[in-house]
Design a protein around this ligand. Structure first.
Ligand SMILES: *Cc1c(COP(=O)(O)O)cnc(C)c1O
Ligand code: SF4
Length: 331
């Protein structure tokens, strides 16, 4: 059935979806560890991402991002389904218009990987995403609001759209005179780098508007040679590459790990943009790092890295006009 698909779509179709198979691949004993079976947010891990994990340890910083564990059942009251107030900023059933000058378009609900800490893990994607009927409504909204200058393609992961749909969308957005640039928020260059095909690169290269790609990488181990090659292919076409990370307990919550991440990102042609405090989505409480610890870690990065390799420490707060910058003394 998958015979005629491009390589990246085959890899997507054959991603690990059973914890047992992933654990076996990593030479881990499934008898001593029972993964959580979740039907609402299943496990999903492409092989190329699993290949970056160290074998034989449950403490691997990549495995910990994707393996369903019983800690997801811990549910403090302050952890909610829509932690950042996206639904109240929703318009036209597929646009989140929260910030001045830019809108976020939910292009698809799907992702190539299911990150356990995701702030949209409980998001009603089935109802809130672009489809062909909604596309013209969304474009009309952007057209009608001349104070919008940037369209962010998000999701889910917008690079799961076919080349043709993506090219078509970019072309239509470029036709709106007040739009100055298009931003793509994607984790695919990191978790399924085979998606960065020559065809995709040329679609982005041929865009009439400047393209900014914001990837999502949390640990230097995610940046394999193959991933770096894919990112550099984008960089060589004058695409601006930025990264956002989430500060995650036990995964990257120390200065040494984040220092190594910034250095490796630079080698891949990517500058650090944001380091997010965890959004309080139900099922993610065990990943939370306190703000006090976050500030300490961030200060230490400021002491050891050039300023352009230090990401901004931020928090997304419901109802705010921008991400909130976190610094010493902030509450
Ligand atoms: C984060 C975010 C943006 C982009 O914010 P920048 O600070 O420009 O990166 C836009 N819309 C929404 C809804 C967001 O959450
Ligand atoms: S790739 Fe991004 S949107 Fe998708 S599950 Fe991971 S964090 Fe969430």
């Amino acid at each position: 059935m998958t015979a005629h698909l491009p390589t990246w779509q085959k890899e997507l179709a054959t991603a690990f979806s059973k914890p047992k198979e992933l654990l076996q691949y990593l030479n881990l004993d499934c008898q001593t560890f029972s993964a959580l079976a979740r039907s609402d947010f299943a496990m999903r891990v492409p092989l190329s991402y699993a290949a970056c994990m160290q074998k034989g340890t449950l403490d691997d910083p990549l495995l910990m991002q994707v393996l369903p564990v019983s800690n997801e059942l811990i549910n403090p009251d302050n952890f909610q389904d829509d932690p950042v107030g996206d639904l109240s900023a929703l318009t036209e059933d597929c646009i989140i218009h929260k910030y001045q000058g830019r809108v976020l378009l939910i292009t698809t609900g799907g992702c190539a990987i299911n990150c356990r800490f995701c702030f949209r893990r409980n998001f009603p994607y089935a109802d809130v995403q672009l489809n062909t009927q909604k596309e013209s409504i969304a474009l009309a909204y952007i057209q009608a609001n001349s104070d919008i200058h940037e369209v962010i393609l998000s999701g889910g992961d917008p690079l799961l759209l076919s080349d043709q749909r993506l090219a078509d969308l970019i072309e239509k957005i470029s036709g709106i005179v007040h739009i100055k640039r298009i931003r793509i928020h994607t984790r695919l260059p990191i978790v399924l780098s085979a998606r960065i095909t020559t065809e995709l690169v040329s679609i982005l290269q041929n865009s009439a508007l400047p393209i900014i790609v914001v990837v999502h990488c949390n640990h230097a181990n995610e940046l394999s040679e193959q991933v770096i090659g894919a990112c550099l292919a984008l960089k060589q076409q004058n695409i601006t590459l930025l990264n956002q990370s989430v500060l995650l307990k036990g995964i990257n919550d120390n200065a040494h790990t984040l220092h190594a991440l910034s250095e490796r990102l630079f080698a891949a042609g990517i500058l650090p943009y944001y380091l997010h405090l965890l959004d309080q989505a139900k099922g993610t409480a065990h990943f939370e790092v306190t703000q006090t610890d976050a500030v300490k870690i961030h200060q230490s990065l400021q002491h050891t890295l050039p300023g352009y390799l230090v990401p901004k420490l931020v928090k997304e707060q419901s109802g705010e006009a921008a991400k909130t910058l976190i610094f010493e003394g902030a509450s």
